[in-house]
Design a protein around this ligand. Structure first.
Ligand code: MRU
Length: 354
């Protein structure tokens, strides 16, 4: 099996189900979930069975289409249908706060609904299905474009560090931070990739190392606190990470630990690239300070991956899922529309105008 032979997120319309590879079980078990209730879809996003900003957006698009399909069985007027659908949208939107792709996808679905309000309810449901499929299909094209721009910054044989999983599993194809790596690999570039394990939920170890290794890419796993050592050793030529939200001034929120990598990269003068589809850019959020940061359960730090608790019972735990890296530490943001070097408010706004 290569990285490309399964769908991370899919719609099984005949059975009114959202189909996901359960990312909490990887790398040991490959299991697909078929989710039909809104509660199970909400929970899959919250529990990280599907995760990564673009994949969450695609899952929410399908989830809100499935909600529409169900509501259409009892509601025959637009107003009744819209009211119930809006409640379903708000519910899905509450599953995770940081990745803006979730609300972006749901907003796209609502815009479609409102633009077609004169249609019959079955026709409206059909429009929502088409929109949810478009969100998914566009994601693959977007990531390929990010990959091509990213690859233009690399040379064969380079050492690349990445944090968390902004890979195939976080999207529908290619990943964002991994897209330049996959495209370079297709061309025989022989990259050496270093994956931070990414405490506390180990997305780097469980997911990135898994998907890169099975694609035949030279992959080395390291604990998060080893990243400065490999930089100091001269093994890293570039850092590529993904992103959950880019604020209007170019500050970026990504998996906790990213800012630590960016700070070390600055010290060792290694370019720090953030790969982000434009759907991750949020001009409504002025700076990183206003990005909502998800706080997660203490058990993820103390017990989740251990046979026995690895901390004293009831110790206070700080467990933010994301951190903010200041725009000043970002060498460039790589989007499907181009590369924004040394991001600023003006450059971000200009990019989105085109
Ligand atoms: O908590 P997660 O696993 O959803 O966090 C994922 C990340 O931080 C990714 O880097 C980000 O969503 C970009 S995915 C292309």
């Amino acid at each position: 099996m290569t990285s490309q032979d399964f769908e991370v997120v899919d719609l099984d319309d005949a059975n009114s189900a959202l189909v996901l590879i359960d990312q909490t079980k990887l790398p040991n078990v490959t299991e697909f979930l078929h989710l039909t209730s809104q509660e199970s879809i909400w929970e899959a996003i919250y529990k990280l069975q599907v995760r990564g900003a673009p994949a969450i957006g695609v899952a929410a698009g399908f989830g809100s289409y499935l909600a529409a399909k169900e509501i259409a069985q009892t509601e025959t007027t637009f107003d009744g249908f819209y009211e119930k659908w809006k409640a379903a949208k708000a519910y899905l939107n509450s599953s995770r706060p940081t990745a803006v792709n979730l609300s972006w996808a749901l907003q796209r679905m609502e815009d479609t609904l409102l633009a077609n309000k004169s249609l019959s309810i079955p026709e409206l449901v059909h429009c929502l299905k088409e929109e949810s499929l478009a969100i998914k299909n566009e994601d693959a094209q977007t990531n390929r474009a990010i990959g091509e721009y990213g690859l233009s910054l690399l040379q064969p044989g380079m050492g690349i560090l990445t944090h968390c999983n902004a890979g195939w599993l976080a999207t529908t194809r290619y990943g964002t931070a991994t897209a330049p790596i996959y495209l370079g690999h297709e061309k025989g570039y022989q990259f050496r990739v270093y994956c931070d394990e990414t405490r506390p939920l180990l997305q780097g170890a469980r997911l990135t190392a898994w998907e890169l290794q099975r694609a035949g890419i030279d992959t080395t796993l390291l604990c998060d606190n080893m990243a400065p050592t490999v930089m100091r050793n001269g093994w890293i030529d570039a850092i590529f990470v993904g992103c959950d939200r880019v604020a209007a001034n170019g500050d970026v929120a990504n998996k906790i630990g990213t800012s630590y990598v960016a700070l070390a990269a600055k010290h060792y003068d290694i370019p720090f690239y953030v790969c982000a589809p434009t759907s991750t850019i949020d001009l409504e959020t002025p700076t990183g300070k206003e990005i909502p940061i998800e706080q997660r359960k203490p058990e993820e730090v103390t017990t989740t991956w251990y046979k026995e608790p690895m901390a004293p019972a009831d110790v206070k735990v700080f467990n933010p899922a994301f951190d903010v890296t200041d725009a000043a530490l970002v060498s460039a943001i790589i989007t499907e529309k181009g590369i924004i070097e040394k991001p600023t408010k003006e450059k971000m706004a200009d990019l989105l105008k085109n």
